[in-house]
Each structure stands twice: as C-alpha cells, then as structure tokens.
Write a protein that binds this ligand. Structure first.
Ligand SMILES: NC(=O)c1ccc[n+]([C@@H]2O[C@H](COP(=O)([O-])OP(=O)(O)OC[C@H]3O[C@@H](n4cnc5c(N)ncnc54)[C@H](O)[C@@H]3O)[C@@H](O)[C@H]2O)c1
Length: 379
C-alpha cells in the first residue's frame, strides 16, 4: 500500500508531538515534510524530544515557507499546529490545493476566518478534520453512550471549567511560550473548545445566545507583562434556542498547581459528571430515580476502546485516538471524524463571548456559517 505523505506546519511542542505520533505509531504514514518560521525547531533537539525532527526522520524535508511545502512536498495531508490564533489561513491554503487537513483548535480566530474557511472547505475535494482531542476522551465517549442509550434524557443544563495553572516566569510556562505569544495574549474564553466540544456532542442545537464577563487583572503588578490586558478569568453563559444553558469558566491566571477539566451534564432522565475530587478526576453518573446514588468510575482520559493499546499515548491516549481516526478516514476516503461544522460550533461561541465581555457582559446573539442570518460582523 502506498504510504500517506504527511506534513506539519508549526513545530512548537504540540506540532512536534503530533508529527511524531503520526510518524512513529502508524506504519502507513510517511512523515514527509515539516515547516516552521524557525529552522532550529527542525534541526535541533527541543523540549520534550529525545531527538530533533531532522534526526528522527532523515527523509523528512524542512521548509521555511508554507507555500513551498504545499507546492513541492506532494502531501496527502497537513497537520496545522501553528499558534492557537493562526490556523485558518494554513487550512484554507491546503484545502485550495485539495490537500487534507487535521487542524488544532480553536479552529478560527474571527468571524471572517470562519466564513472563508467554511467556503474553502465546501469547494475542496479534500477533507478537513478538527483536532479536538477532548472529544475522544473517556468522559465524552461515556457521555455519548449514556445519551444514545436514553439514560440521560435530554440535557437541559451543562457546565464545564478548564483551569490551567499559570505561574508567571516558571520554566514550564516560558517553554510553553517558546515560539509564540498566543498563551500570553489570547482572551481565556477563546480557548473554550476543550470544554464545549464534549458537551456539544450531546446537544441537538447550536448555542445561540452568550453573555460573558471578564475579571480584569487582580494580581500583583509583577505578574503581568507591560501592555498585556488579558483577563484573569472569563465566565460565560450560553443558551440554545430551546433554553438549554451552558456555563463555562476559563482562566488566564491561576496560582494553584491544577489542570482541571471538569464537566457536569444535567439531563431530564439522568446526570453525568467528570469532576476532580481529592486531586483525581472521577466520572460519576446516575439515571435511576429510585436509587439516586451516583455510580463512580475512573476519570482518566484514555478512551475505553484504546485502553489495551500500548501505542495509545498523548494526553492520556486521546491524542492517539484522534490521530488514529483521522488517518484511517484519510486512508479509507471516509468522512472527517470531527467535522468543520463541529469545530466551528465549539469555536465561534468563544469569539462572540470575547466580544460580549468587551461590551461589559452584553447579551449577544450568535450565528454560524450554515445559518441563513450568518454575517461576518457582530450585531
Ligand atoms: N489539543 C491539545 O491538547 C493542545 C495542547 C497544546 C496546544 N494545542 C494547540 O496546538 C497549537 C500549537 O501550540 P504550541 O504550544 O505548540 O504553540 P507554539 O506557539 O509553541 O508553536 C507554534 C509554532 O508555529 C510556528 N509558526 C507560526 N507561524 C508560522 C508560519 N507562518 N509558518 C510556519 N510556522 C509558523 C511558530 O514558529 C511555532 O514554532 C495551538 O493551536 C494550540 O491551541 C493543543
């Protein structure tokens, strides 16, 4: 069988990890090309890598210019791992050349990008899949099963929080910002995709209204860099047409050494949550009205179908599950495992929420490229 020629743009720690996952764990992949603004990310050994990419894949060709890579590398697919606020144009260029895409999240950074990417995807013969790895985690798998089997009924209220520790000046933080500034600059609520993605998997409607408030900055002056005005915390509430409410907390600043991904889903027939308790995530659920005790299982990320696969690595196995599904779809010519529509449905609420918080928490209506009323300016 002809191998799939895969390229990557963006060789930060995430791009390197995803490229190596594809190159090392899937024997039908040829890690053919890599692109970054900085050649040292390819040629030199970097953080969390035992070898440089050049050393690990001697046949892989490095490009400083993305257009050159698309033109010359004869790729089947490109993995887009540039900073979180610069994905769309890389995806559009690949799709225009009918090269398939696995893009990290959030998918777009503006309404205009959403419009252009949506149109490019409609025209292209290639596939775009969204790298929403939390949609592969054990909690999401269980939530979908629970819903499909009727144990949840219909969700009417859901909440999530994603709190990532952030100690200014710490070695890890500096390394996470090794090449770009998006972690320092991005409004916290824009990184809503890890939280909304799993919840939207059991919602029949799009989120339609948003009200979001930001805290401003409350820490000591030395915690903040000159000119960066990012809120310490964003707190958003979303609502669907029929009234389902989704509440989401996202941090910019957090002095506790925690990395919470918490979720709670209240359904008409049942309840399910993934909450950190005693520093361990636990999934608990119930749908038995006569016996309301919650049943408890481990809350690790590993998707159950991959639990016995020694290759299943990356964020507790969910990166592997996502890559496996993407590469199989590419090889077999089937649909994107996580569609652009799903990606935009989990990304655009963050863009509207940021605007709502700039307007002091104003209630805003949200539209999507598949809506009749879709437009690329805010109301
Ligand atoms: N899903 C997850 O679990 C997860 C975890 C971490 C990061 N991410 C995502 O991964 C992406 C990358 O994160 P990171 O921390 O590695 O970022 P980073 O800023 O460290 O790396 C981005 C890389 O893109 C390169 N780049 C930027 N513009 C370019 C251009 N025009 N041409 C070529 N290269 C260019 C930069 O030089 C840099 O090396 C982000 O979108 C982030 O949201 C996802």
């Amino acid at each position: 069988m002809k191998k799939l020629r895969i390229g990557v743009v963006g060789l930060g720690h995430r791009g390197r990890a995803m490229f190596r996952l594809a190159g090392d764990k899937f024997d039908y992949v040829e890690p053919a090309a890599a692109c970054d603004l900085f050649a040292h990310n390819f040629y030199e050994q970097q953080w969390r890598c035992d070898k440089s990419i050049a050393e690990a894949y001697p046949d892989c060709v490095f490009y400083e210019k993305y257009d050159d890579m698309l033109e010359k590398a004869a790729l089947d697919a490109v993995i887009v791992e540039t900073g979180a606020d610069v994905h769309a144009d890389f995806c559009i260029k690949a799709l225009e050349k009918n090269i398939s895409v696995l893009t990290d999240i959030p998918v777009v950074a503006s309404l205009d990008e959403a419009d252009r990417l949506w149109k490019a995807a409609q025209k292209s013969t290639a596939m775009i899949s969204v790298g929403a790895n939390p949609n592969e985690q054990k909690f999401t798998v269980m939530l979908k099963e629970f819903y499909k089997n009727g144990y949840l009924g219909e969700p009417y209220c859901m909440e999530a929080e994603y709190i990532h520790w952030s100690r200014p000046g710490s070695t890890e933080r500096v390394k996470l910002n090794e090449n770009g500034n998006w972690r320092k600059l991005l409004c916290p609520i824009r990184y809503c995709t890890h939280s909304l993605g799993p919840l939207l998997a059991v919602l029949k409607e799009d989120l339609r209204l948003v009200c979001c408030m930001g805290t401003g900055q409350h820490g000591p002056r030395e915690d903040y860099e000159e000119g960066i005005v990012k809120d310490d915390m964003s707190c958003a509430q979303f609502q669907t047409e029929s009234g389902v409410v989704v509440r989401l907390l996202r941090n910019g600043r957090c002095r506790a050494n925690i990395g919470h991904h918490n979720y709670r889903v209240f359904g008409t027939q049942g309840y399910i949550e993934r909450i950190e308790r005693n520093e361990k995530p636990v999934i608990r659920y119930n749908s038995d009205l006569d016996n309301p005790e919650l049943r408890e299982i481990g809350g690790e990320f590993m998707p159950p179908a991959y639990a016995n696969n020694p290759d299943a690595i990356g964020h507790g196995g969910m990166d592997y599950a996502m890559m496996d599904k993407f590469l199989r779809a590419l090889r077999d010519g089937t649909e994107a495992p996580i569609s652009l529509r799903e990606g935009l449905a989990m990304t655009l609420p963050g863009i509207y929420a940021e605007e709502s918080s700039k307007r002091g928490g104003a209630l805003m209506k949200m539209y999507y490229p598949w809506d009749k009323e879709w437009k690329t300016v805010f109301d």
